[in-house]
Ligand binder design. Structure first.
Ligand SMILES: [Zn+2]
Length: 357
């Protein structure tokens, strides 16, 4: 999300206990804030000891003109608060531009958490189903030992999901059914079943995580106010998940990394000689989407919103067709696609010295 208007310039300070600061970097430096990457949450995980806000990553323009992404946890608390204030203001700005279809929020829960029963919670775009009692020792959603923290955990989960929806709507990537209504005339919502909770006093919902069109099941929301499992399983419901090459787990993992920019398991760094997607499953092959998403021709989160052709089995077929349909000439389209491939190839070559393959 790029910032609008005058870009704020600030002196940034690394956290003393923060990650990844090279030994020769200064503790403070000046830079312009030019945008955000991923999302944050006003609520942290109260069971983790880090109940404070979770800031998004920021893109800073350094004094020599370079642009760099700085992930959550890099900067001091004052910088963190500054990032959150600006990000929330920008979220208000973009959400005012969204589809204004009225999405009533109903509450069906009659049972209380801690007592036998089941729960149904709704927000504007999501519906959540769970048991109301603790099903396993690590069930924080229905934690009976500390019900006040469990409520914060649930509230933070619901908030995170709505921030995720907003991010996707802003980037043009919407759930396929987003404008459909149910037979009862209600707007459809993404359904989440919380595994690991106890239903009606006796049944502990099994399972860990799995997702598809319109919903998912995730144990304890993996993990509450920062539901990385939801970000991943959401990806399994997107059209791009159907690609044989570049879809599947590669695409779903990328959704997780887009929510919080990092290079999960770094497949492209560990084995750059094995092509960008060397099989149909693709856990961890996420860096490719990140580096190509910085190309303004495609944009961040582009892979979730590309229109997929019926016969297209790979990301590259889709990109070539969309390029042509955008009225690039054949030559320009070829340059675009081959240039893009060259970017990935050059990047792999430049990292080949790290290879383990
Ligand atoms: Zn998956």
């Amino acid at each position: 999300m790029p910032l609008k208007g005058d870009l704020p310039r600030r002196t940034w300070a690394y956290r003393a206990d923060g990650p990844r600061r090279a030994f020769d970097q200064p503790e403070r430096f000046e830079a312009h804030l030019i945008g955000f990457r991923g999302i944050g949450n006003t609520v942290g995980d109260p069971f983790s000891g880090k109940s404070g806000p979770l800031e998004p990553a920021v893109i800073l323009r350094l004094p020599d003109g370079r642009k760099r992404c700085f992930v959550r946890g890099t900067f001091c608390e004052a910088d963190q608060a500054y990032i959150m204030d600006l990000w929330l203001a920008e979220m208000d700005r973009i959400q005012a531009t969204f589809d204004q279809t009225e999405r009533p929020v109903k509450k069906f829960t009659s049972a209380r958490f801690g007592e036998p029963g089941s729960a149904y919670l709704e927000t504007e775009h999501f519906r959540w189903h769970s048991g109301t009692q603790q099903g396993t020792g690590d069930d924080h959603w229905s934690n009976e030992g500390d019900p006040a923290k469990a409520k914060i955990y649930r509230d933070g989960s619901l908030a995170a999901a709505e921030y995720w929806w907003a991010f996707n709507e802003h980037t043009g990537a919407l759930m396929p059914f987003w404008k459909e209504t149910t037979e009862a005339g209600r707007t459809r919502k993404y359904g989440i079943t919380i595994a690991g909770t106890k239903w009606n006093g006796h049944h502990v919902q099994g399972g860990y995580a799995g997702g598809g069109y319109g919903g998912c099941g995730i144990k304890h929301v993996l993990a509450g106010p920062w539901p990385h499992g939801l970000f991943h399983e959401w990806g399994h419901g997107m059209l791009a998940n159907e690609w044989q090459y570049g879809g599947g787990e590669a695409q779903a993992d990328m959704d997780q990394c887009i929510a919080r920019p990092n290079t999960r398991s770094n497949f492209h760094i560990h084995a750059p000689c094995q092509n960008v997607f060397d099989d149909g499953k693709g856990y961890g092959k996420t860096t490719f989407y990140a580096i190509t998403g910085e190309d303004p021709n495609w944009g961040h989160n582009y892979h979730n919103s590309l229109p997929i052709g019926v016969e297209e089995r790979s990301l590259f077929q889709t990109v070539a067709r969309v390029g042509e349909q955008r009225a690039f000439s054949r030559t320009e389209c070829t340059v675009l696609v081959t240039g893009w491939a060259s970017t990935a190839r050059d990047w792999r070559r430049s990292t080949a010295k790290w290879k383990r393959c």
